[in-house]
Design a protein around this ligand. Structure first.
Ligand code: FAD
Length: 468
């Protein structure tokens, strides 16, 4: 199948097309550079043209035309993904969703929205309409889209109360367009959602989402300092377990993360201290203060409703999730990260084992996000790692796995390696139906290209566009 890019591009000339080389280059990248490994593999990639549809009918026209000319299509929300998800491994068409931003309907507890709407704009509309907000959002709330969050994200700010996107009820309905000779429009609910949520746009383009909402609050952001890591991690778990205290974020930062990478925090925290970042609902602040006062060693060093700092830190959630890595990278470019599952009930013991095995020289620093899974509080680790070589990084991954800590490897660009190292048959089977030529985001689903792949080596997509 040889793509006829020029024919496809000419047939779509009446739509919003961009092929300015600088724009094309920037629209072909995401935050893959968090990983020095992905940087070596993906840095050269660029698509052939960008098309930004304004309506679902235009999405269908793009998919139908690219199907007819065998042109790959990689969908883009805002390009804030971290694993090269929105990067066109085989070139072709970049389907940019930036023009599909309508908030179509707001009801009690739910919103219907187009995929290109920024997370912050969804919240602005639902808050203005009826004092509601998204249950959860990625910490790239200000720049990322709701479609990209569902297709490429996992959870984030709010997951301490609501769990992850993959948990039942956290996505209500998805409307999807297929890439066939005659593209079809399908609506998914319940069990079907897993076909396309967190599928990197490899088997269908989301053109409408129905998402649950929660009451909106003017959340109080806080930093609390502790002299030992253990008291910080225990406090984080236990405040998340307080049924009467409503939180939206609980994040643990091991020393010296705040001192080394959070410039505005540094003047207000002790040299050897560890820190917990939180977002607490205003009506829960009395409960929070009472709980915290009972904890010896818990020192509130910042609260956004009484900001006495010379230079305020900004939103506390922009210190958590993958903003922690971003802030560290800006200070020390040798920093990268891992995504670790510290599952209930032995999450604390596993963190302690990893700190014992890898924490001594500061090679791996603990950054824990508290979240719920099946009603139980546990940790998602977004550990900071001082990168030296790919071999050492692989050794660090193996040490985690040998200690029973699953790694969602952010140094791989495929769904399977970035996930649970298994094939998701629901996504593969739907790809067979919805994308029979395999033109949607090619190279990101190993099982499509190489069903017999064993996860002993790093997958290399054979038809990846070569560096010029
Ligand atoms: P993109 O990066 O543009 O796309 C992501 C994936 O979705 C790609 O595979 C793309 O092809 C696909 N896609 C996009 N739109 C559609 C569509 N309409 N239909 C089908 N497929 C589509 N992620 C989290 O989950 N939680 C976090 O807290 C978080 N924090 C982050 C912090 C920082 C500083 C950074 C850089 C990243 C963070 N991320 C986080 C990753 C990323 O920001 C989020 O997942 C974000 O929501 C992705 O949205 P986007 O619009 O940028 O998607």
């Amino acid at each position: 199948m040889t793509p006829n890019v020029q024919a496809a591009r000419d047939a779509l000339a009446h739509l919003e097309i961009d092929e300015n080389p600088a724009a094309l280059k920037s629209k072909s990248r995401d935050f893959f550079w968090y990983s020095p490994v992905l940087k070596t593999r993906l840095d050269h990639l660029v698509g052939d043209f960008v098309v930004a549809p304004k309506t679902e009918a235009e999405v269908i026209e793009v998919l139908k035309t690219c199907y007819a000319h065998d042109v790959p299509v990689t969908t883009r929300g805002a390009g804030t993904g971290n694993y090269g998800q929105a990067m066109p491994l085989a070139g072709g068409c970049i389907l940019h969703m930036k023009n599909m931003t309508a908030v179509k309907e707001v009801q009690p507890g739910r919103v219907i929205v187009e995929p290109g709407c920024l997370l912050k704009d969804v919240d602005a509309a639902t808050k203005a309409h009826s004092g509601q907000e998204l249950r959860m959002f990625s910490s790239t709330w200000a720049t990322a889209t709701i479609g990209g969050f569902v297709a490429g994200g996992s959870g984030g700010v709010g997951s301490v109360t609501w769990g992850s996107l993959r948990d039942l009820g956290n996505i209500i309905r998805l409307r999807v367009v297929t890439m066939e000779a005659e593209p079809r429009i399908l609506e998914f609910r319940g069990e079907e959602l897993a076909r396309v949520s967190h599928a990197y746009g490899t088997n269908g383009i989301i053109t409408e989402l129905e998402m649950p909402l929660a009451p909106a609050y003017d959340w109080t952001g806080l930093f609390v300092a502790f002299d030992t890591f253990e008291t910080a991690a225990t406090y984080a778990e236990e405040i998340a377990n307080q049924d009467g205290i409503l939180v939206k974020l609980v994040t643990v930062f091991e020393n010296p993360i705040p001192q080394a990478y959070f410039q505005r925090v540094k003047p207000y925290i002790g040299e050897g201290q560890h820190m917990v970042g939180l977002m607490v609902a205003p009506h829960s602040m009395d409960g929070f203060n009472t709980f915290t006062a009972r904890r010896t060693g818990a020192q509130i060093i910042y609260r956004s409703d009484n900001d006495t700092w010379e230079k305020g830190p900004g939103a506390v959630f922009e210190y958590g999730w993958n903003h922690t890595t971003l802030r560290a990278l800006k200070v020390d470019p040798s920093i990268t990260y891992l995504q670790v599952r510290y599952g209930y009930p032995d999450h604390q013991a596993k963190v302690a084992a990893i700190r014992k095995a890898l924490g001594a020289e500061g090679e791996v620093l603990q950054h824990l996000e508290v979240l719920r899974e099946n009603g139980k509080v546990m940790f998602a680790g977004l550990s900071l790692v001082k990168f030296t070589t790919e071999e050492r990084l692989n050794e660090i991954v193996k040490i985690h796995e040998d200690l029973g800590c699953m790694i969602f490897n952010p140094h791989r660009y495929t769904l399977e390696e970035g996930g649970r190292q298994t094939v998701d048959d629901r996504q593969l089977n739907f790809k067979r139906e919805a994308d029979p030529k395999g033109l949607l985001n090619p190279g990101k689903m190993i099982a499509w290209d190489d069903p017999g792949f064993k996860f002993e080596s790093v997958y290399q997509y054979p038809r990846m566009r070569a560096a010029e």
